[in-house]
Design a protein around this ligand. Sequence first.
Ligand code: GLN
Length: 548
Amino acid sequence: MARYIFITGGVVSSLGKGLASAALGALLQARGYSVRLRKLDPYLNVDPGTMSPYEHGEVFVTDDGAETDLDLGHYERFTGVAARTTDSISSGRIYSNVLEKERRGDYLGKTIQVIPHVTNEIKDFLEIGGDEVDFMLCEIGGTVGDIEGLPFFEAIRQFAQEKPRGQCIFMHLTLLPWIKASGELKTKPTQHSVKELRSIGLAPDVLVCRSEGPIPDKEREKLALFCNVRQDAVIAAQDLRSIYEAPLAYHREGLDQAVLDAFGISPAPKPNLEKWEDVADRVYNPDGEVRVAIVGKYTQLEDAYKSIAEALTHGGMANRVRVRAEWIDAEIFERDEDVAPLLEGYNAIVVPGGFGERGTEGKIRAAKFARERKVPYLGICLGMQMAVIEAARDLAGLENAGSEEFDHEAGMKRFEPVVYHLKEWVEGNRTVQRTQADDKGGTMRLGAYDAVLTEGSRVAGIYGGCAISERHRHRYEVDIKYRDKLEAAGLSFSGMSPDGRLPEIVEYDDHPWYIGVQFHPELKSKPFAPHPLFRDFVRAALAQSRLV
Ligand code: GLN
């Protein structure tokens, strides 16, 4: 049975709990253990699928089609372990399961209560797959003291109590603020946070403290004494220039050792950190730089396109260059007559995924600029649909080309539906049907689907083969009715669903690098295994930078 590590946070949010969990997962792997990482989120949404990226950052999609928290992206990028539906849960999902059971009569007339019914539901979730790995790392979202978080804290307390001794440990992440005026690092907020934890029956074994600088011995002693942890289990988490140094930095601070000590594992297997040394070397010692414009909608919040930013970094690592990604609000291109001055300084352009009409005309103009000026272009999901609409309007003479998505939103018919609402598709050997009237959540083509690439196409060369599987999250689809017209105009449909009905990839043969993909390649990129499309896209950007 797996050993469980519960990761909680205190003092403030956004301390990098997800990253600390992911880095710890990577370190345990480096010592030869198998791991799985999980996120338990106290919010009441059933899943983050319907939350605005402004609120919650990107929605990370798993192979098996779950819409999850972006922390699962960190977990995958650091461990390479593909996340599953059962790696993420929210209070909303827990309560909806409990209420469903209540309606079914599963509780045999009992009064339904947070303890034991909700906590049991959480504990059942924790058990899933517990016999498959050496370590299960479970991160609890939010901070200790949040009202919503209480059932989760209570459930992990019970869980640890019911397991054999030494099967579960608790790691708590806090902040040590630096008071400039007195030149001091303050431990009091951490003490309070641990006190709060202990008042609900949880005692941390490992304390990870975010701080700007190292933790002096005096403060370390104080933390150990007042928080009741061992001194060598007080781990400093200093700000890093790159998140990809986190496994090495945490190892230097002794995090993995402290965790193994807390479990009483001795002697601990030696870690092999070569992979992370290479990753850090590539991030910190680039040989040049390329500039990439990301023309999107949710540009105020970088987390909204987290995986794209990371995948570009990975592409840079593969080419040993730094990728300077800049976010441009697509709506700017709708105001300005000439987009050229705004885009000329970039070596490549990405149009990422998105929903709704706002900003789409600007994205179409960016796609046109890239095509005409022969600047490398990567269109992802909505970005591919924009590239197709651009080609339909400008090259195939379909002036009114557009997406049904925008007509649906506006409640009127204005466009020729080159991109139409997908209501039926094949999943394995069954046909899935969806209608407009379905709930907003769960009406999309979600998760991993196979695609077949045309032999000899640029993408087949990039992937090094013709059979691929990539993750999807979309409702609308390019209509193959327009394929012949578009291909005659120069846009090849070089990737299709295995049944030949759904376009997956489009590209121009007479362009240095112009590819649109209906899926999200960024979700599968890793620092130690950059996604081939991002690797080659950055290579093309580098070639472009040498031309100018
Ligand atoms: N809004 C588009 C669709 O639903 C694109 C989705 C996306 O970019 N993820 O098809």
